[in-house]
Design a protein around this ligand. Structure first.
Ligand SMILES: *Cc1c(COP(=O)(O)O)cnc(C)c1O
Length: 361
């Protein structure tokens, strides 16, 4: 079997050019005669690569100098806990906006380390729309506001950065970082597991305003303290070297694609194509999310007759369309349209969907 169109929610598709470069360099990286995985993270070659990856990311997102960029581990889930450990002192309050599965989990993990105030939640509406900003009950004493700009499972996405005043805004961007232009200055801390839109799992990218690193947080081992990671250039201990390297290749690929404005335009077109196909199917396919809250990256949809699901999945896989099965919490289908998924993949998907209607209508 050759390469398929991959709609996996995560770990997700990587740009083919990135994989090909990694393949070419696997045995002899950068003239070293060894793989990037087989050499010291403190060696000259690795340090130069790591610095370039950071510089490329800073260029792509126009990250200001008063923000640190960290290459961490533990997955986004570990940082659900580690963020309150670092940003909140014992007894401090933190606001959480709950707009789907992942923000709900972030709030629940944080509750071990902060007085969590769920300032808004769309759970009662089955997470089919974003919690309207004018209803948020922010705690004036909160030391940060956490939200999840893109809910990977429920397929809802904030299309504007919410205004929260002077309180640092913390964002789990695991599934939409680098999906388009972003004003980093609006945030106190951005974090993202790499396996959706950056590289392999096991790497977490964090962009954090340096003044927040000076917060005392709570007593904890050095390995949990972001300030220690920043001071050590993300090499407090051995980093995920291969993940860092692949992330660097992805950043270079993004620059070669024209940067985030061009990528954002392409993502908009991809999502529009699929939503139009769903909405134009006369109810055969359905995406229940309120249109202004719909995600560019993750598109859950159902068939009008759930008894056709297994057939849809079997036929789509046979047609070279991988991983369309929906998350078990929602059932149905989900197509993830991350940066590495080209427009041609979405064109193939909508053609398959139309053909499926013709054959099973
Ligand atoms: C996938 C995902 C996570 C979980 O990431 P792990 O790296 O598995 O911990 C958290 N938040 C969002 C928005 C995600 O998409």
């Amino acid at each position: 079997m050759g390469r398929v169109w991959n709609f996996s929610a995560g770990p997700a598709a990587l740009p083919q050019a990135v994989l090909e470069q990694a393949q070419r360099e696997l045995l002899d990286w950068n003239g070293s005669g060894a793989s990037v995985m087989e050499q010291s993270h403190r060696g000259k070659r690795f340090i130069a690569m790591a610095e370039r990856a950071e510089a490329d990311l800073r260029e792509l997102l126009d990250v200001p100098d008063d923000y640190a960029v960290l290459f961490l581990q533990g997955g986004a889930t570990q940082h659900f806990a580690q963020i309150p450990m670092n940003l909140a002192s014992p007894g401090d309050a933190a606001d959480y906006i709950v707009s789907g599965h992942w923000s709900e989990k972030a709030a629940s993990e944080a509750a071990s380390y902060a007085r969590v105030n769920v300032a808004a939640s769309s759970k009662a509406g089955a997470y089919l729309h974003l919690p309207a900003r004018d209803g948020w009950q922010l705690d004036p004493a909160a030391v940060y506001v956490h939200y999840t700009p893109n809910e990977t499972i429920h397929g809802v996405e904030f299309h504007d950065v919410p205004e929260v005043g002077a309180v640092p805004l913390v964002a789990d961007m695991s599934s939409n970082i680098l999906a388009g232009p972003l004003d980093v200055r609006r945030f106190g801390l951005i974090y993202a597991g790499a396996q959706k839109n950056i590289g392999p799992s096991g790497l977490v990218l964090m962009i954090v305003r340096r003044d927040l690193l000076a917060r005392p947080g709570r007593p904890m081992a050095r390995i949990f303290r972001y300030a220690e990671h920043a001071a050590a250039g993300s090499m407090l201990n051995t980093p995920n070297t291969f993940g860092w390297y692949l992330a660097g290749l992805t950043f270079q690929w993004l620059k070669g694609q024209g940067g985030l404005a061009a990528i954002g335009e392409r993502n908009r077109a991809k999502a529009a194509l699929l939503y139009d196909a769903i909405d134009g199917s006369g109810g055969y396919y359905r995406n229940p999310v309120e249109p202004s809250s719909r995600s560019r990256m993750n598109v859950p949809f159902t068939l009008h007759d759930g008894s056709l699901d297994a057939e849809f999945l079997a036929e789509s896989e046979a047609a070279g369309l991988l991983a369309l099965k929906g998350h078990k919490a929602l059932g149905g289908m989900r197509a993830s349209l991350y940066n590495a998924v080209p427009l041609a993949a979405v064109e193939a998907l909508v053609a398959f969907m139309a053909d499926f209607v013709r054959r099973h209508g």
